[in-house]
Every structure is written in C-alpha cells, then in structure tokens.
Design a protein around this ligand. Structure first.
Ligand code: ADP
Ligand code: MG
Length: 238
C-alpha cells in the first residue's frame, strides 16, 4: 500500500456530527496513533477506514484507489478490537484460521501462516485451547495473530491493550513495536493513552469532538503543541 488518504471525511449519527471534515494522509509503513478523549470519534474514524461504516461525506483512497464504496472485506485491512472479539467455542487455532477458510488462500498456506504467527506471538502452546482458558495477554496475542494471518496491508487497532493490566500493557507495547518493525505494515492505532501513543507512533493525530486539532511527530506535539488542548493532552508544559 502506498498510502491511505482521507479527504474531508464527515460522519453523522442522526443529527449529531461525530466526525467533522477530517483530512489526513497516512504513508505506507507508518505507525500512526489517533488520540483524544473518550467520545471524540477515534473508533468511528477507524471503522470508516476499515469500511465497517460509511462516511456521510468525503472520500477514502487506498493506494490511489477510491475505496469509499468498497466493503471491509475487500480493503486489504485487518482490525484488532479492544474486546479481542474471539469466538469462545473455537480453539485458538480455529480462531486464527477463521476468516481465511472461505478465501482463495490454499490450505497449506493457511497452515503455514498460522504456524508463523503462532511462533511470532509465542502462542504455540495454546493452539488447541479455547479463548476462555487463556489470560488477557494471551487472548490479545491471538486477536493480533488473527489479523496477522490475513497478511493485511494495514492493521487497524482500536485500544488493543486497554483491557490489560499496567505491567502487561508495557510488555505488549514493546511487542507491538517489534511486530511493526518486522512486518513493516502500516499500523493505525487508536488509544486514549498518550504515553502509549508517544512511545509507539511515528506520528500522532490529536482529535477533539470529531476534528483534528494537530498532526505531528511525538516530539513536535510535545515541543510545539498547536493549542492548550494538545499541550494538556500530551502532557507538555503550557
Ligand atoms: P471514541 O472512540 O473516541 O471514544 P467514538 O468514535 O466511539 O469515540 O464515538 C464518538 C461519538 O459518536 C460519541 O458521542 C458516540 O456516542 C457516538 N457514536 C458512536 N457510534 C455511534 C452509533 N453507532 N450511533 C450513534 N452514535 C454513535
Ligand atoms: Mg473508542
């Protein structure tokens, strides 16, 4: 993917404008974080990028192709949710394979991808277990694994670590950084945790009430916050 471009995205739920004229270009291979307080529209924006929801106005292009009318399955992206969204009645293996089984990917290739993801995420010992028999961190790894086996051009992650305890969050943060270095895929990462954004992302998009307040590198936001809101949110002196 040579990039993702959002042009003048608007999203209304009924009379409420939740995303207000958001334009943004994400470069191939970037680790970009959407940050902002609860309710500012982070998840909505991610769902629009994923194709799980349609914008009220504006357009979305991937690799130069307009995908605004293209469904989630055909966008080449994979989403990881805060709630893991694993199937409780399936084994870890089956959870990883699900979503690939009805595609053109050959069986042997599915097996190879599962083995590769399981090794990378160190979940090999748990492949036959059900999600209910795993810890939160292990479940989160499976959720990430399920995205990895799809070989997406970009990963969309919605607060993937927010259900984990503080210690595990720090461990998983490092693992996500390593994963990004290895896969070199674009990562769009939603978090309300500014420390997480500052340590993981090469660029941060600060949202407030559905609008972009500032886009910049962590250092730019820290050293030159556009306004008091950004300064307050990033924790810089102001
Ligand atoms: P965030 O992820 O930043 O916490 P969301 O994108 O979930 O914020 O929500 C942004 C706003 O849109 C909130 O006010 C929320 O209540 C509203 N919203 C989100 N999804 C829907 C929906 N399906 N129907 C109506 N309102 C929604
Ligand atoms: Mg959210």
């Amino acid at each position: 993917m040579s990039g993702l471009e959002l042009r003048n995205i608007v999203k209304n739920f009924g009379a409420v404008e939740v995303i207000r004229d958001v334009s943004l270009a994400v470069n191939d291979g970037e680790f970009i974080a959407f940050v902002g307080p609860s309710g500012c529209g982070k998840s909505t924006l991610l769902r629009l990028i994923a194709g799980l929801d349609k914008p009220t106005g504006g357009s979305i292009a991937i690799d130069g192709t307009d995908v605004t009318e293209i469904g989630a399955a055909d966008r080449g992206l994979a989403m990881v949710f805060q709630s893991y969204a694993l199937y409780p009645h399936m084994s870890v293996r089956e959870n990883l394979a699900f979503g690939l089984e009805n595609t053109k990917v050959p069986k042997a290739e599915i097996e190879a991808r599962i083995a590769d993801a399981a090794r990378m995420l160190e979940i090999e010992p748990f492949l036959q277990r059900r999600p209910g028999q795993l810890s939160g961190g292990q479940r989160q790894r499976v959720a990430i694994g399920r995205a990895i086996v799809r070989r997406p051009d970009a990963f969309l992650l919605d607060e993937p670590l927010s259900n984990l305890d503080a210690e595990l969050r720090v461990t998983m943060r490092a693992e996500l950084a390593a994963l990004h270095a290895r896969l070199k895929a674009t990562m769009i990462y939603v978090t309300h945790d500014q420390v997480e954004a500052m340590t993981l992302a090469n660029r941060i998009v600060v949202l407030r009430s559905g609008r972009i307040e500032q886009i910049g590198t962590p250092l730019e936001l820290y050293n030159k916050p556009a306004n008091r809101f950004v300064a307050g949110f990033i924790g810089a002196p102001h």
